[in-house]
Design a binder for this molecule. Structure first.
Ligand SMILES: C[S@@+](CC[C@H](N)C(=O)[O-])C[C@H]1O[C@@H](n2cnc3c(N)ncnc32)[C@H](O)[C@@H]1O
Length: 258
């Protein structure tokens, strides 16, 4: 039976894909993959599998979303097993929902294979537990480029009031705005914040600071990076482990500690 698997590839570390996701890659005839997946996962595909790069970058889409939806349907209707391989989790800022909708409309069978999202994994690899009995009992995964943030005057106010930890995706370019909104809506200027670039990969770099000094400290951090805001960031001083291992294994690895 033909099927489309919408698979989360995890955040970057090759080993952070699920067993189910790996099986889907191994059995598929066609794999449509995104930029932020670990490209070594494609070595697991069948030799004859067709590999199609969907290549989304900020401000630049190699294939538009409707084109990708159309290709998923086209290959499935040809009787092929298809994997749509996406960074992190497909349903967390991954547009996996739109792809599933396109398949559902055409009665094409699909499965969603969740992945480890960068909002959980990048902080974990930076030594930041997103919840902690003493410091945080809630965490929000939010987008730095959300339409919601632009349209709703009290969006940031409600986020600041109700959430202990914020994990902000796609926010690097908006960092000055984000810090200003947080301070303007009640956060202390010395609230801890960190940016984790290329989390879980060999290129991981973390910069930590406060809302009032992070813009200057993180000026060299680029996409993809996770912004983590909250008291839990302080735990990194004791709990950082991954960058430490990388540093011990290869002293050329850059480490930036705020
Ligand atoms: C379009 S969203 C995709 C999120 C993905 N579906 C997930 O669950 O991780 C892309 C954003 O995810 C974050 N991101 C993805 N991979 C990352 C990584 N390895 N380290 C840090 N942030 C990452 C960045 O904020 C990036 O701008």
């Amino acid at each position: 039976m033909t099927k489309v698997y919408i698979v989360g590839a995890g955040p970057g570390d090759l080993d952070l894909i699920t067993v189910k996701g790996l099986k889907a890659i191994q059995q598929s005839d066609v794999i449509l993959y995104d930029r932020l997946i670990n490209q070594e996962l494609l070595d697991e595909a069948k030799e004859e599998a067709e590999l199609i790069y969907c290549g989304k970058r900020p401000d630049h889409h190699a294939l538009t979303q409707p084109t990708i939806n159309g290709l998923l349907c086209k290959y499935a209707l040809q009787g092929k097993t298809v994997t749509r391989l996406k960074g992190g989790d497909p349903f967390i800022f991954g547009r996996g929902g739109e792809e599933a909708e396109a398949l559902a409309k055409r009665n094409i069978q699909y499965e969603i294979v969740p992945g480890i999202s960068s909002g959980v994994a990048a902080p974990a690899y930076a030594g930041i537990p997103v919840t902690h009995r003493d410091f945080s009992s809630s965490v929000a995964f939010i987008s730095g480029v959300s339409k919601l943030g632009e349209d709703q005057a009290d969006y940031w106010k409600s986020v600041v009031r109700s959430m202990d930890t914020l994990c902000i995706y796609m926010g690097v370019k908006k960092l000055p705005d984000i810090c200003a909104q947080l301070i303007g809506n009640g956060c202390a200027p010395d609230k801890p914040i960190a940016l984790v670039q290329w989390g879980t990969t060999e290129q991981q770099q973390t910069v930590a600071g406060t809302l009032e000094n992070i813009v200057e400290k993180a000026k060299d951090i680029e996409n993809p990076a996770m912004i983590v805001v909250g008291e839990v960031v302080k735990l990194r001083d004791q709990l950082q482990w991954f960058e430490q291992i990388a540093l011990e294994e290869d002293p050329r690895v850059k480490q930036v500690v705020g």
